[in-house]
Design a protein around this ligand. Structure first.
Ligand code: MF3
Ligand code: CO
Ligand code: CO
Length: 266
């Protein structure tokens, strides 16, 4: 399948789906507390999506080739979990860091975003990793404009991560998004400037770097989904869905509670 360029009608639907995904992340924020299980967070988000928003949680029963169906409606990845954590009985405790990844379907279109949350006060190292990963995502986003290359995005993210002494997870990447959850192109979070596909207005894709405090290597748990760092170092991830506009980019997954761009972009 080639890269789809969204029409203005499709862009409008993507804006709605993107905002709704972000609003789930807003909704859950005050509920991320010590003593809460990741399954409880899942159930709250599920009810909000289905009953309040009228959206479909895209992860539920999602089964790409080679995977068993994902059993829950959001991904919750704690501490050294990199991504695709399955909500369950794990109870959050003070000092944990958590990624919540939400993908909704509204009117046939997907919106995909994730944020990091702190349970109580994080360690200095955890806060530094989370803040740096957020800056790296925005470094990637600010490359987006017609004529830029996918490699420009990857190089900006990689340079940002490595300047902090962190490493970029290689096995998972951002992705085109629209009628399908994962479309072309693949948006790598590492690379060389001036390489790769040229961006065109109407493309919609995610930028979702996974950054490890230690080495880049990962492994998959026996549940068939959860990805963890091999060295058990902390990992962080942020994700936005973006549109390539005539002049640059539009972030499609903003909401009232979305954190502002980092100070480095002011
Ligand atoms: N939302 C994830 C992404 O950003 C994908 C999760 S797939 C799932 O691409 F099945 F684990 F939900
Ligand atoms: Co995504
Ligand atoms: Co996601």
């Amino acid at each position: 399948m080639p890269v789809s360029l969204k029409t203005s009608d499709e862009v409008e639907k993507m804006r709605v789906a993107g905002r709704l995904a972000a609003e789930v992340l807003d909704y859950i924020e005050p509920r991320v507390r010590a003593g809460v299980s990741t399954a409880q967070l899942n159930d709250l988000c599920h009810a909000y999506m289905v009953e309040v928003q009228g959206t479909i949680p895209a992860p539920l029963n999602y089964a790409p080739p080679g995977y068993k169906p994902f059993p829950k409606s959001i991904c919750t990845s704690v501490n050294h979990q990199v991504c695709h954590g399955i909500p369950g009985d794990r109870v959050l405790k003070t000092g944990d860091i958590l990624n919540i990844d939400v993908t909704v379907i509204k009117d046939g279109y997907h919106g995909d975003s994730s944020r990091m949350y702190f349970v109580g006060e994080p360690s200095i190292q955890a806060r530094r990793l989370v803040d740096a990963t957020y800056a790296c995502m925005w470094r990637g986003i600010e490359q987006v404009r017609p004529g830029a290359r996918l490699g420009d995005i990857g190089a900006a993210i990689q340079g940002c991560a490595e300047s902090h002494g962190y490493s970029v997870v290689r096995e998972f990447c951002g992705h085109g998004i629209g009628r399908r959850f994962h479309e072309e192109p693949q948006v790598l979070h590492y690379g060389r400037p001036g390489t790769g596909m040229a961006l065109e207005p109407g493309m919609t894709f995610t930028i979702e770097p996974m950054i490890n405090a230690g080495k880049a290597a990962i492994r998959e748990l026996a549940d068939g989904w959860t990805i963890v760092t091999k060295d058990h170092s902390l990992s962080a991830q942020w994700e936005h869905t973006v549109l390539v506009t005539d002049r640059g980019y539009e972030v499609m997954t903003l909401s009232a509670g979305a954190p502002p761009p980092p100070p480095s972009m002011a």
